[in-house]
Write a protein that binds this ligand. Sequence first.
Ligand code: NAD
Length: 477
Amino acid sequence: MTHTPITVARGNGIGPEIMAATLDILEAAGARLEIDEIEIGEEIYKRGCMTGIEDSAWVTLRKNKVFLKAPVFTPMGGGFKSLNVTVRKTLGLYANVRPCRAFHPFIQTHHPEMNLVIVRENEEDLYGGVEYKYTPHVTESIKLISRTGSERIARYAFEYARANGRKKVTCMVKDNIMKISDGLFYEVFQDIATDYPEIENERYIVDIGAARVASNPALFDVIVTQNLYGDIISDIAAEVSGSVGLGISANIGDEFAMFEAMHGTAPDIAGQGIANPSGLILSAIMMLVHIGQGDIAEKVHNAWLKTIENGIHTGDLYTQGLSRKNVGTREFKEAVIARMGQKPENLKPVSYEAEKGALIMPPLKARDEFERILVGTDIYIYTKEQDVQALAEGVLPHIVEGLDLSMISNRGVKMWPGHKPESFCSEMWRLRLQGDVSSSVVAQQISALTAAGFDIVKTHNLYTYDGELGFSKAQGE
Ligand code: NAD
């Protein structure tokens, strides 16, 4: 039988301990793997590499296409980039799949019926890392949501549901507030849902949705959501299911895939031999299914379930009365290996198709064409002026022909004309200028205000699409 090449990184903190246990289990199960190791994280940052990963490691990752990764340490501040985000974005790993279930009555949980999967969009949203400080005291992070990104993740969620016998996909958004960005995400979700009539679909506003995941997770089957919401919801779900040590994550792209535990490097217990390797073991099981070794995945998964139901638990899971033996990482691994070929008797055994492999995604839908018309510009200026009437009177003589000053706002709230909220104003003001104009008029307007001494920190063009506004109104407008 052919062996599948994979890349392995042992990571930092508890990473080397849990990776050693996982690789021993894979070997004992007869996984057909050809392993290339790379070094990433702490030592690489120390060598002055700001991304924590060197060029030679990228060559290996691109060659092997499948990556089993232990947690890595990301230094705080100092311009260091998160290695995880860099890998996900560089390799186009757009879908982050996080199954989360209870193992009642063997692991303590308030939610015995819990068995959900979070499909988190992995490349867009606030994780673009596009941030600005426009004035000494006003900052901004860009939340970017694209039609293609939304379509790929919605499609992945429904394809995953279909392939895994799941019955419902829930979309979690905040489109009552972010009508344009979250509105697009939900609109695309609804459109894709029509291709899967046998799967129920529903929408939750993310705040109440997250609360329900905490209070009644059995309500959910597959949850599809954006990057930041997915990050928060999956930590809630992992915590509610019993332990962060059980959280697992598959990061899937068209060509590449990365599998990792959800938790971090656990520096508080590193080197003590007590870390729970289960998150990485269960992630490796998803990897085996992905590369078409469902037979091995089934063997490892059932041996792991049997170990859990036999009450052999690491310290993070150990509960008096439920657990039989409190073991370290190595003993836990040995217990799983000793049960290879066995099936659990109380927990439901798993079965995977031997050679099914990765999900095959249908092509993207054809895009509608829209008539896009420029209807003005928002110009943001930095000024310590707090009297909005005086600001308006200073700006009005410099408005060019074809544009009208329709509004001045501060922190998203209309301040002029005729609206006086009680809240404070920052030193960044937005001038909304509207009119049927060309981009050269917008350029003239920027020049005119600059020549008049206004400090412009950014501009946004305003468009309509088939007559619909492509920009939000200010609160109070
Ligand atoms: P953490 O997940 O490392 O630890 C949180 C708590 O959970 C700690 O008390 C820890 O002991 C416990 N814990 C975590 N995994 C466990 C396991 N397998 N078995 C038993 N107990 C476990 O989170 P943190 O402390 O916020 O982060 C520490 C470091 O990890 C940071 O440098 C962070 O950047 C990094 N991190 C990496 C990843 C990744 O590589 N995917 C993810 C998250 C955090």
